[in-house]
Design a protein around this ligand. Structure first.
Ligand code: GAP
Length: 587
C-alpha cells in the first residue's frame, strides 16, 4: 500500500474527527482547518511531547506571546520587506498561483523558491506552463512578490497598523530585554513557544500541510558565539540521513548516511548548534511516530535561505513520493536582536563580564547639537542617541565623510566632523554583546499530518478489509477503548465503572456501547487506539476482561484488579503484548 495514502488519510481524518476544512456551512475557505476531537487530542499530545523534549529536558523556559503585533516589529524583523512568495495570476480565470510551485510541479527543478523572479518568468514560458485551473498558458504573465502577512488595524481607525505574526519567534525576540533578566543575564538560555502563526498563502494545499493559520513550536536559543558550545557528546552517535546542498546541486547527488558526530568532524554540519539540534530532533520524530525510513535532513541552498538565516537545515518527510518540510533548523546569528535594537529604544544586548579587567579601545561620539538642532529639529536628540549606538556597534560606519543613522524608520546623514567621533583607551570589566540565536522551528500541523500518514495501515481481519492507525500510545488520542459486550445484565455498569477507574489512573479512555463489537473495534483501530477492553459475562462471573491489541488483533484475558497496571506497562513500553499473552497462558 504505497499509492494515494494522502487521499485515504484526508478521508479518514474527516470521517473520524481528526481534521477537516473549516466553515463548511459557508462553502469553506482554503487554508483553514478545524481539528476534531481525535485530532485536537493528537495535536495536544504531539505538542506535549515537543514541550517535554525541547523545553523541559533542555531546561528552557516557555512563553506565550500575543499573535497580533504592531507594524514596527515587522519593519525591524524584515518581514514587511522580505516575507514574500512568488505570485502569478492567470489572465483568463484570474486564479492566483505560486509561480515557484508551478515550476517545481512541471520541471526537474526541486527548489524553485531560490530562483530569481525573472528566471521563473522565463521558466514558465520555456516549459509552456499553464494555469492548473483552466489550462490557459501563463507565458508572458508577470511574476510578482506577494507579502504573506495578514494586516489588521489595532483599535478603531487605521492609525496603528498591526499584523498577525507570521512566526511565533518575533514574540520571543521583542521580549529579549525582559527575558534575559529571567535568565539572570546568563548565556546560553533558551525560550520556547508553541502557538499560532498566520500566513496568507497564495495557494494553500495538501490538507493541513500548507494552511493559512498554522501552529508552530519554536525554540530560540540565545548563545555567546565566542564561548558557548552545545553538548554535542550527547547526540554524537545519533544516526542521521543528510542531504547537503552540494549533493543537491550534483546531477547524481545523494544522501550521506552518518552520525551527527561524524558529520561535524567531516565538515558536513558546519554549525555545532544546528548539529546538536538535528541530533535532538531525530529521536524525537521517531518517538512521535514518524517513519525514519522516510525522513531526512536537507540543507537549504544558498538562494533558498530566509532573510535572517546564516545556515539552515530542514527536517523533511516523504508521503506519496513527495518530500515536504516538517521543521527548519536555522542559525539566525545576531540578525533579529540587532534589528530590534536598531529600530527600538531598548537594549538587546547582555553584559558579559571579563575574567579580568581589560584595557580596550572605545569609540565615542560627542555630537555637535548646535548643528543637529537646526538641521533635524525635534529629531535631533534621537539622532544623537542613534550616533552613540552606532559608535558602539559599528565603528566602520565612521570611516566616510558622512555617517548615516536610522531612527523611527527615517534615515539621517550627519557629516563626520559634527559627530565628535573619537576613540579612547579605557579599562573595562566587561562588554555588551548581542547574543546569537539558533532556532529549531517545528510545524505542528505538518508533524500531525505525517504521524497520521506514516501510521496508516491496511490489512484483512476475518476476511474483511480493515484500515487502522499504528499510532504510538504516547500520541494516540485514546489509549484504551472500553466496551460492554452487551448493554444488559450489568455489563454496561461494570464497563462504565472500569472506564472511570482507568481514567482515575491517568488513562485516556473512550467508552463505546454502540453497534456490534466488531464495529467498535474497527472504530478504535481507525483512530489508533492501541488497546481495547471488553467486559462480558466472564467479567461478572470470574472478574476478568478481554484485552485486545490493535495491530495484531490478538486478545487475552486479564484480571480486573491487574488491568490498570497491565495497561500502564503496555502504554509505557515496559511490557509487550506478547509478554502479557505468555503470562496469561502460564496461569
Ligand atoms: N521562525 C522560523 C520559521 O517560521 P519556517 O520554515 O518559515 O521558519 C517553520 O516555518 C515551520 O512551520 C516549517 O518547517 C513548517 O513545518 C511550518 N509551516 C510553515 N508554513 C506553513 C504553512 N503555511 N502551513 C503549515 N505549516 C507551515
Amino acid at each position: 500500500m504505497t499509492e494515494d495514502v494522502s487521499e485515504r488519510v484526508v478521508e479518514l481524518a474527516k470521517r473520524r474527527g481528526f481534521f477537516f476544512q473549516s466553515n463548511g456551512a459557508y462553502g469553506g475557505v482554503s487554508g483553514f482547518y478545524t481539528y476534531g476531537p481525535q485530532g485536537a487530542t493528537l495535536k495536544d499530545n504531539v505538542e506535549d511531547a515537543w514541550r517535554d523534549r525541547f523545553a523541559v529536558a533542555e531546561g528552557h523556559m516557555e512563553v506565550d506571546a500575543p499573535t497580533v503585533m504592531p507594524e514596527p516589529v515587522f519593519e525591524a524583523s524584515g518581514h514587511l520587506d522580505g516575507f514574500d512568495d512568488m505570485l502569478v495570476e492567470c489572465p483568463e480565470c484570474g486564479e492566483n498561483h505560486r509561480a515557484d510551485h508551478l515550476v517545481e510541479d512541471d520541471t526537474e527543478i526541486e527548489e524553485a523558491e531560490s530562483v530569481p523572479t525573472e528566471e521563473v518568468e522565463d521558466l514558465i514560458a520555456e516549459h509552456d506552463l499553464v494555469c492548473p485551473d483552466c489550462g490557459t498558458e501563463l507565458a508572458g504573465q508577470p511574476v510578482e512578490e506577494f507579502n504573506l502577512m495578514f494586516e489588521t488595524n489595532i483599535g478603531p481607525g487605521s492609525s496603528q497598523p498591526g499584523y498577525l505574526r507570521p512566526e511565533t519567534a518575533q514574540g520571543i525576540f521583542v521580549e529579549f530585554p525582559r527575558l534575559k533578566e529571567y535568565a539572570r543575564n546568563q548565556l546560553p538560555f533558551g525560550v520556547t513557544q508553541i502557538g499560532k502563526a498566520y500566513r496568507n498563502e497564495i495557494s494553500p494545499r495538501n490538507s493541513i500541510i500548507r494552511v493559512r493559520e498554522l501552529t508552530q513550536a519554536e525554540l530560540e536559543h540565545f548563545v555567546d558565539p565566542e564561548e558557548d558550545e552545545p553538548p554535542l557528546h550527547r547526540v554524537e552517535d545519533v544516526r542521521v540521513t543528510l542531504y547537503p546542498a552540494d549533493e543537491q546541486e550534483k546531477e547524481e547527488g545523494g544522501y550521506v548516511e552518518t552520525t551527527v558526530g561524524e558529520a561535524v568532524e567531516e565538515g558536513i554540519l558546519t554549525n555545532d548548534w544546528v548539529a546538536y539540534y538535528l541530533g535532538v530532533a531525530e529521536p524525537w520524530y521517531d518517538r512521535v511516530g514518524v517513519d525514519m525510513d522516510r525522513f531526512r535532513f536537507r540543507q537549504h541552498l544558498s538562494g533558498e535561505r530566509a532573510h535572517y538565516a546564516a545556515d539552515c537545515w530542514d527536517a523533511e518527510a516523504e508521503i506519496d513520493g513527495d518530500w515536504f518540510e516538517l521543521a527548519g533548523f536555522a542559525y539566525r546569528s545576531d540578525y533579529d536582536l540587532s534589528k530590534h535594537a536598531e529600530h527600538s529604544d531598548e537594549e538587546f544586548t547582555l553584559f558579559k563580564q571579563y575574567d579580568e579587567p581589560k584595557r580596550v579601545e572605545r569609540a565615542t561620539v560627542d555630537p555637535d547639537m548646535s548643528y543637529l538642532g537646526p538641521e533635524f529639529g525635534g529629531d535631533a536628540g534621537d539622532v544623537a542617541d542613534a550616533l552613540e549606538r552606532k559608535a558602539e556597534r559599528d565603528r566602520a560606519a565612521f570611516d566616510g565623510e558622512d555617517v548615516t543613522v536610522e531612527t523611527d524608520g527615517e534615515e539621517y546623514a550627519v557629516p563626520l566632523e559634527k559627530t565628535g567621533f573619537g576613540v579612547e583607551e579605557v579599562t573595562e570589566s566587561g562588554e555588551h554583546i548581542t547574543p546569537h540565536v539558533v532556532e529549531p522551528s517545528f510545524g505542528v500541523d505538518r508533524t500531525v499530518y505525517t504521524v497520521v500518514a506514516h501510521a496508516y495501515r491496511e490489512d484483512e481481519v476475518d476476511g474483511e478489509e480493515r484500515s487502522y492507525l499504528d499510532l504510538d500510545p504516547e500520541v494516540a488520542p485514546t489509549t484504551v477503548g472500553v466496551f460492554p459486550l452487551m448493554d444488559k445484565d450489568g455489563m454496561d455498569e461494570r464497563a462504565r465503572d472500569i472506564a472511570a477507574e482507568l481514567r482515575e489512573d491517568g488513562h485516556d479512555v473512550t467508552y463505546d456501547d454502540s453497534g456490534a463489537i466488531g464495529r467498535r473495534y474497527r472504530r478504535q483501530d481507525e483512530v489508533g487506539t492501541p488497546f481495547c477492553v471488553t467486559v462480558d459475562y466472564e467479567t461478572l462471573e470470574a472478574g476478568t476482561v478481554t484485552v485486545r491489541e490493535r495491530d495484531t488483533t490478538e486478545q487475552t484475558r486479564v484480571p480486573v484488579e491487574d488491568l490498570s497496571e497491565t495497561l500502564t506497562a503496555l502504554r509505557d513500553g515496559d511490557r509487550t503484548f506478547d509478554e502479557v499473552l505468555v503470562a496469561a497462558d502460564a496461569e
